[in-house]
Design a protein around this ligand. Structure first.
Ligand code: CP
Length: 306
């Protein structure tokens, strides 16, 4: 594996399977009464968050602590970033405090890539702009593999605001590597121009895609990134691209529903669908800790899981 995890596209199939298999072993450790492993004792993980996060930030912290690493949490709000300090100077300051790994979330696509040229430790991309969110894709693949029994040949439909979604891009790249067939469904205004070069199919018709899906991943409509009108109204978007009870009934009986969170309940997904037994949304959060343990463990040179 590379020293950094910046793009899901950098992972070979063997790398991805190693992370998923390591996460399975670590999940077994998490079921023990003493959940903590001494593997990363004496190592320091810095969580460097320039954008808001609930799931990713907390799960990286929990993951590092379960591996006995020291954790430094940095949030841009309340830091010297507000006085104009640059990303490079912030990173070098944290490295001077002994960071072995820097987990970064940043509003600018490419920020983790730049950071990797400045610091000696491993860099993990926890979401950069509209670009990538590789650990989200890994936890999604882990959740699908557990529920569906494997990913090879599985039909995964990803629905909604693909244009602003780093989750969609990382999932398409990783799922293609793992042998799944991915279809993106979105209004034409919410698809990136480059989508033709992505390893997936594209459709505008959600009702046609649902009966052929083993998993349906709904994406959040990212209103905070929208600087124009991408659809006539929220009601119209929901009517065409929302997963409500009637659409849910069109899915095969064993198919699962996913969402990376945070959700706009009632817009891209109905509350009763999000809360159904076939929804993996809460599992995805729990699996996020396990996957992030596996990533830190492998990047920082953990030994065999004992
Ligand atoms: N899925 C995800 O990245 O959620 P947060 O923004 O809460 O970290």
């Amino acid at each position: 594996m590379n020293r950094h995890l910046i793009s899901a596209g950098d992972l070979t199939k063997d790398d991805a399977l190693l992370i998923l298999d390591t996460a399975e072993e670590l999940a077994r450790v998490s079921e023990r009464s003493i959940k903590k492993l001494p593997t990363l004792r004496g190592r320091t993980v810095v969580n460097l968050f320039f954008e808001d996060s609930t799931r990713t930030r907390i799960s990286f912290e929990a993951a590092a602590k379960r591996l006995s690493a020291d954790v430094i949490n940095f949030s841009a709000k309340g830091s010297s970033v507000s006085k104009g300090e640059s990303l490079k100077d912030t990173a070098l300051t944290l490295e001077a405090m002994g960071a072995d790994a820097v987990v970064i979330r940043h509003g600018s696509s490419g920020a983790p890539h730049r950071l990797a040229t400045w610091v000696r430790g491993s860099v993990v991309n926890a979401g950069d702009g509209t670009h990538e969110h590789p650990t989200q894709a890994l936890l999604d693949a882990f959740s699908m593999r557990r529920r569906l029994g494997g990913l090879d040949g599985r039909r995964i439909t990803i629905v909604g605001d693909v244009l602003h979604s780093r989750v969609a891009r990382s999932n398409v790249l990783l799922l293609a590597t793992l042998g799944a067939d991915v279809t993106l469904v979105a209004p034409p205004t919410l698809l990136p121009v480059s989508v033709g070069s992505w390893p997936c199919e594209v459709s505008y018709d959600l009702d046609a895609a649902l009966p052929k899906s083993d998993a349906v991943m709904m994406l959040r409509v990212q209103k905070e990134r929208m600087n124009a009108a991408y659809f006539p109204s929220e009601r119209e978007y929901s009517r065409r691209y929302g997963l409500d009870r009637d659409r849910f009934a069109k899915m095969p009986d064993e198919a699962i529903v996913m969402h990376p969170g945070p959700m706009n309940r009632g817009m891209e997904i109905a509350a009763e669908v999000a809360d159904s037994p076939r929804s993996t949304i809460v599992e995805q959060v729990a699996n996020g800790v396990t996957i992030r343990m596996a990533v830190l463990y492998l990047l920082l040179g953990g030994e065999t899981v004992a």
